[in-house]
Design a protein around this ligand. Structure first.
Ligand SMILES: C[S@@+](CC[C@H](N)C(=O)[O-])C[C@H]1O[C@@H](n2cnc3c(N)ncnc32)[C@H](O)[C@@H]1O
Length: 290
């Protein structure tokens, strides 16, 4: 069958759900992953034909896309900060907003902090995207990362291997640890603590798409409506005893709770509190110093 005809089937079946542009993007991602085709290959050769055998994974992907399974889960991988990460149903798919948080940390390190042997901790690491991207860019840093999910940590370890970096991964429930003195032999304080914890309130569920609600881990996303800042409150307290003087605390936050976040950090006596918008123009991250 001509690849172009399959592309037309994709458009017919999927455009009503995703729109033409996104379907084009899915189609190219799939043909690149399955057949190694470049984006412009079909434009150069509109008569390009694939075998019956080659059709099978494409049509399987079409069925999954119809169910709104994320393309990253279909391909088993996602891109973050120029690196490739394996993802599955246990890990949040890394988001572009989080890339901005990583960039903010790197900019801060370059301007404010000495880059020699920085100690960094990521809380709620998921796929490991934050510590792995940081370690790639700060090879001398000593980076630890924790998550409650054993399955997510398996993926994070695999991603560290694929990207050839060393990160210490630890399984822990941040809501139930008294202190973050994680490394028994090395009780030094951290220069940076970063977290992108669960922050979506249940009341926001109705604004979310099926691909997120049904395929991404609920435990990575949601918090109770009556205590939406529970992770921030706990992590800020932990940061007070585990950051070195003048160490920095970075958070990715719920876009609707920017003011509440600043109030929380002020109450806890953090200094130089900054609230930053993301590329979409909404409050998305905070930085402060203790
Ligand atoms: C929003 S996801 C962030 C994942 C990743 N850091 C990223 O930016 O893509 C939150 C992560 O926190 C983890 N998590 C949830 N509750 C936790 C807890 N009590 N202690 C530690 N980690 C937790 C989840 O398993 C999930 O991987």
């Amino acid at each position: 069958m001509r690849l172009k005809d399959i592309q037309n089937i994709f458009h017919k079946e999927l455009d009503p759900v995703y729109g033409k542009e996104e379907v084009n993007s899915f189609f190219f991602m799939l043909t690149e992953a399955f057949f190694g085709l470049e984006r412009f290959a079909l434009a150069l050769d509109p008569e390009y034909v694939i075998t019956k055998e080659q059709e099978t994974p494409l049509f399987a992907a079409l069925s999954e896309l119809k169910l709104e399974k994320p393309i990253q889960h279909i391909l088993g991988k996602a891109h973050f900060f120029g690196l490739e990460f394996c993802v599955n149903e246990h890990t949040l798919i890394p988001r572009p907003e989080t890339e901005e948080l990583v960039q903010w940390i790197l900019d801060t390190v370059k301007s404010d902090l000495t880059t020699e042997n920085l100690r960094i901790l990521d809380i709620g690491t998921g796929s490991g995207c934050i510590p792995i991207a940081l370690k790639k860019n700060l090879p001398n840093a000593i980076i630890s990362a924790i998550d409650i999910s054993v399955e997510a940590l398996k993926m994070a370890k695999k991603n560290a291997e694929i990207n050839e970096v060393e990160v210490q991964f630890i399984q822990a429930d941040v809501l139930n640890v008294e202190s973050l003195n994680l490394d028994q032999e090395n009780t030094e304080l951290f220069d940076i603590i970063v977290s992108n914890p669960p922050y979506v309130r249940n009341l926001e569920k109705e604004m979310m798409r099926k691909n997120v609600l049904e395929f991404e881990p609920n435990s990575a996303l949601f918090v109770e409506d009556n205590n939406p800042l529970i992770f921030y409150d706990t992590i800020a307290n932990l940061a007070k005893t585990n950051l070195r003087p003048n160490g920095s605390l970075f958070f990715e936050i719920n876009q609707y709770l920017g003011k509440e976040m600043v109030d929380l950090l002020q109450e806890k006596k953090f200094q130089n509190i900054k609230l930053k918008k993301d590329i979409f123009g909404v409050d998305r991250m905070t930085k402060c110093v203790f």
